[in-house]
Write a protein of this length. Structure first.
Length: 152
């Protein structure tokens, strides 16, 4: 591993432990040349996943799209960034455990909504209103009614 400070590859691991999300390893390293310390994260390399969009075009899976969608849904809600990251990790684990090479964006949206329903109800409704493209108030109200009925 190259040192980010001096650029030499004379570094060694001085501490190793699971990261907070338990899906990566956090390593503290020491450069033998300049004696500076830095942290690296090691993650399992995942199989490439292709997302099939509504218009049938295909694009590589991008974690940041799920993260930004959930961040927008949780805007000004009492949900910490750590909780959002944890939720994205859970969603990602679920997606990759399916072991598909291709997945429809619709399926990803449904999985995200399931997780948001458990995370924060207002965020769930916000995400669902955009994802399901509610055209009018009655459609929106039907979704709210379903959510309220499932809480009883």
């Amino acid at each position: 591993m190259k040192c980010p400070f001096c650029g030499l590859d004379n570094t060694r691991v001085i501490d190793s432990r699971p990261a907070d999300d338990n899906s990566s390893i956090r390593r503290r390293r020491l450069c033998d040349e300049c004696n500076k310390r830095f942290t690296t994260y090691e993650r399992v390399e995942i199989l490439p996943l292709t997302v099939i969009k509504k218009d049938q075009t295909r694009e590589p899976y991008d974690r940041s799209k799920i993260l930004s969608g959930i961040m927008r849904a949780c805007h000004k809600r009492p949900v910490s960034v750590e909780k959002i990251e944890e939720t994205v990790n859970q969603i990602e684990n679920e997606l990759f455990n399916l072991e598909y090479k291709e997945i429809e964006s619709r399926q990803i949206g449904e999985i995200v909504m399931e997780h948001l329903k458990n995370l924060e109800q207002v965020a769930y409704v916000r995400f669902a209103s955009v994802y399901r493209e509610f055209k009018d108030v009655p459609t929106f109200m039907n979704e709210l009614k379903k959510m309220l009925d499932s809480n009883d």
